[in-house]
Design a protein around this ligand. Structure first.
Ligand code: 5GP
Ligand code: MG
Ligand code: MG
Length: 187
């Protein structure tokens, strides 16, 4: 049974109001930076989906959207370690296009590093990263982040696209999981 999130919500880290305000700001910033150009927003499934759909409503320059999926070869389900594998690729030629990668969160950086390496080989006109959350202190590989919603502490978070075992992505805020309460009551 999927439990009510109140049972393990440690705290609300970013409220719905703060999220929406920041996402609108990022959209305006991107629109200014790419004025007169066309964009391709590439969303990394599945966590980036809510962020993408809100963000694009605040981007006034013409843009198309594409999706990629990445799975990491890792140990724990809550950490990605080492190389990531692309399981779904974009469905279009990105050569000479202005590409922005839209991610939910950058943690170790391995996921984005792999995606950036692959996409840059295809010679886009530009390639930038827009992430809603940045867990900077966890970084293992450096990734250039041009647009960042919030820097957050090293805590496992959920909501607004981010899952716990695939659920709770629908919540309109970012919450911190109290892992003791979550794991302690599991199954
Ligand atoms: P990285 O490759 O940067 O270590 O990990 C990035 C991916 O790990 C994110 O796109 C996200 O799917 C997952 N991830 C990292 N930290 C968290 C977190 O606090 N909560 C959730 N739900 N997913 C996370
Ligand atoms: Mg992600
Ligand atoms: Mg996940």
């Amino acid at each position: 049974m999927v439990r009510d999130y109140h049972e393990f919500l440690g705290e609300v880290l970013v409220s719905e109001e703060d999220l929406q305000a920041r996402v609108a700001e990022l959209g305006r910033e991107i629109s200014r930076d790419f004025e007169g150009k066309e964009l391709l927003l590439v969303c990394i499934l599945r966590g980036g989906v809510l962020f993408l759909t809100d963000l694009m409503r605040h981007i006034s320059v013409p843009h198309a959207i594409e999706f990629m999926a990445v799975s990491s070869y890792g140990t724990g389900a809550r950490e990605s370690t080492g190389q990531a594998r692309i399981t779904l690729d974009v469905n279009t030629d990105i050569r000479d296009r202005h590409v922005i990668l839209v991610e939910d969160i950058v943690d170790s950086g391995h996921t984005l590093a792999s995606v950036l390496e692959l996409l840059s080989m295809r010679k886009p006109a530009s390639l930038a990263v827009c992430t809603l959350l940045d867990k900077a202190e966890r970084r293992e590989v450096e990734v250039p982040i041009l647009y960042r919603g919030f820097e957050i502490p090293n805590k496992f978070v959920f909501g607004y696209g981010l899952d716990i075992d695939e659920f709770y992505r629908n919540l309109p805020f970012i919450g911190v999981v109290d892992l003791q309460k979550y794991d302690g009551n599991a199954e």
